[in-house]
Design a protein around this ligand. Structure first.
Ligand SMILES: [Zn+2]
Length: 397
């Protein structure tokens, strides 16, 4: 990498990401029955492509370093996914398409595209660790935060963030990594994968009980050694600018400060924005800007600025690109001339933090005292061993 790209913000992008075909449908439903075909599936390329175009037209692209993705290898994918699932994904893709799980459409060639999406995240992580990039944005598709080891879910095929965490550990020797997920849906994939791991802090901000149904509750806090290292903040529908910033201030930043990660990943979905058809939250371009600014700042203080943002959902074709632009602007420190043209139409009072939203944020803030501090893992291991030994002793209640 030459001097000009040194320590810039990287942008992962490949045209192939837009060639992952999800079929036609109505909203999140496939066409068929009484659903007239003809509309694109809701997880189509438009919002991501328009975001990439806006990065170019606004001039921001001149301040970024392009990151050329490579396909993730099967060995890298097997760190998280099962051999059966990998084989199934390959077969579906080669046969022209199908369903890789629950609401996880596969098109012809989707396997190779998903490999390239996951691999793009790995390349960006390598460049940050190698010091050639300051931080990076992976504008990848298909997304990953709902994907589980043995199946795809919610438009996600491969668990991009979890695969990156596994890669950072295997290749760069990192131990403590934090993942902040502000996609409006619950980050069930990483939660499940790292549920018993005290050295991966997973924090998910999402709309209460939206998707997947029945997951993402406050009480899901990790298990065994991992207890306390999983935080769910299920925000009530209608949460906007005030609620999201309060969540960052009172939950995300203190949790990250206590955990002291060696690198921070963000699963960034734009479906928490107020024009999204799949959720009922009200975040604005400015909300995403300030959330990112806060994370850039804490990454600078805790982990040498190491921050990798991964693109997840976001289905407002006209508004998600603006929110995404603000995120990349904040990562790069370069502000373009783009302004939010929609903001004057909004009811600003509805964006204020409401008491019922503050109540949830306060309740979750109390859980931070259980976030594992550095060095606490060996103590935890000893305590768990002690409990096991005591449980095996005869004659005890
Ligand atoms: Zn989402």
């Amino acid at each position: 990498m030459d001097e000009a790209t040194l320590r810039r913000t990287g942008l992962v992008w490949h045209e192939s990401y837009m060639w992952h075909i999800t079929g036609t449908g109505a909203g999140a439903h496939p066409a068929g029955g009484f659903m007239e075909p003809g509309l694109p599936h809701i997880d189509n390329p438009a919002a991501r492509r328009r975001m990439r175009n806006l990065i170019e037209v606004s001039g921001l692209i001149d301040h970024l370093a392009p990151v050329r993705p490579r396909p993730a290898t099967e060995e890298e994918l097997l760190r998280i996914h099962t051999p059966d699932y990998i084989a199934r994904l390959k077969r579906l893709s080669a046969e022209g398409g199908g369903e890789a799980g629950e609401k996880a459409p596969v098109g012809p060639g989707s396997w190779e595209i998903a490999q390239l999406a996951a691999g793009g995240c790995l390349v960006a992580a390598d460049a940050i660790m190698g010091g050639t990039l300051r931080n990076a944005y992976a504008l990848v598709r298909p997304p990953g935060h709902h994907a589980e080891p043995g199946q795809g879910r919610g438009f996600c095929l491969l668990a991009n963030a979890a695969l990156t965490i596994a890669h950072l550990r295997a290749l760069h020797g990192l131990r403590r990594i934090a993942l902040v997920d502000w996609d409006v849906h619950h980050g069930n994939g990483a939660q499940g994968i790292f549920y018993e791991d005290p050295e991966v802090l997973t924090i998910s901000l999402h709309e209460e009980d939206n998707y997947p149904r029945g997951s993402g509750f406050i009480t899901e806090r990790g298990r065994g050694l991992g207890f306390g290292a999983n935080i769910n903040l299920p925000l009530p529908p209608g949460s906007g600018h005030g609620a999201y910033l309060a969540a960052i201030e009172h939950v995300v930043l203190p949790a990250l400060g206590r955990f002291a990660p060696e690198m921070i990943l963000v699963s960034s979905g734009y479906d928490a924005c107020l024009y999204d058809p799949l959720a009922r939250q009200m975040a604005m371009m400015e909300t995403y800007r300030l959330m990112t600014r806060a994370l850039v700042s804490i990454a600078g203080r805790t982990c040498n600025g190491r921050l990798l943002v991964l693109h997840e959902g976001g289905y407002s074709d006209f508004y998600a690109p603006l929110c995404g632009l603000a995120v990349v602007e904040e990562l790069s420190g370069y502000r373009t001339a783009v302004q939010d043209p929609f903001v004057s139409h909004l009811d600003r009072s509805a964006q204020r933090l409401q008491p019922h939203q503050a109540e949830v944020i306060t309740a979750v803030g109390k859980l931070i005292e259980d976030v594992p501090r550095p060095g606490s893992t060996s103590t935890r291991r000893a305590n768990v061993r002690k409990l096991h030994v005591e449980a095996l002793r005869p004659g005890q209640a």
